[in-house]
Ligand binder design. Structure first.
Ligand SMILES: [Zn+2]
Ligand SMILES: [Zn+2]
Length: 162
C-alpha cells in the first residue's frame, strides 16, 4: 500500500499548528514527488512568490508511513521564520514535534545535508516502523541484510524500505 503524500502533509501541518509552531501559511498542499532523488528524502523550496513547495523522494512512498511523516515534518519546519538551516530554532521545533508525536526528526536526509555523504547515492534504506527514523546506507551492510536483528533507539522494529 502506498502512502498518500498530500494527506500526510496536511496531517503534519495540522500537528505543527497544534503545537503553535509558526510554520508558513503558504505551504503548497500538493507534495512534489522527486523521482530522481537518491541522496535525499525531502526538500523545502521557497518559490519566488513566497510560497513553499515540499518535495519528497518518490521511493519513500513505499516506505512505512512514519518515514514519510517525519520527512515531511522535517521539511515543514524549514518554513518557520529563521529556520532555513538546522540552527537552534529549527532544532527546538524538531524536538517539540518529536516529543509530541514520536517522530525522529533530525538534520540528516535532506538537501541541506552537507558533506561527503551527500554525493554518495543512498542505495539502501532501513526505516523504523514506529518513529520513522531513517537509516540510509550507501552499501550493503548487516543492518540492510538483516534489519530484523536490530532495533531502533525508540524500541521500534526496523524494516527495509528499499
Ligand atoms: Zn533540513
Ligand atoms: Zn524508532
Amino acid at each position: 500500500m502506498m502512502n498518500d503524500p498530500d494527506r500526510l502533509l496536511a496531517r503534519v501541518i495540522a500537528q505543527a499548528r497544534a503545537l503553535d509552531i509558526p510554520i508558513s501559511p503558504h505551504i503548497l498542499p500538493q507534495v512534489q514527488l522527486n523521482r530522481r532523488a537518491v541522496t535525499r528524502f525531502g526538500c523545502c523550496i521557497r518559490q519566488a512568490d513566497g510560497a513553499y513547495r515540499i518535495e519528497l523522494a518518490q521511493r519513500l512512498l513505499a516506505a512505512p508511513e512514519a518515514a514519510c511523516l517525519q520527512t515531511l515534518a522535517h521539511e515543514v519546519l524549514h518554513t518557520c521564520p529563521g529556520c532555513r538551516n538546522h540552527g537552534p530554532r529549527w532544532k527546538a521545533y524538531a524536538g517539540r514535534m518529536n516529543a509530541a508525536y514520536g517522530y525522529a526528526v533530525s538534520r540528516t536526509g535532506t538537501c541541506q545535508q552537507l558533506g561527503v555523504e551527500d554525493i554518495r547515492p543512498i542505495r539502501h534504506l532501513v526505516v523504523c516502523t514506529r518513529c520513522g527514523r531513517q537509516f540510509p546506507r550507501t552499501r550493503l551492510s548487516p543492518l540492510v541484510a538483516h534489519p530484523e536483528r536490530y532495533r531502533c533507539t525508540c524500541g521500534g522494529t526496523l524494516r527495509r524500505a528499499y
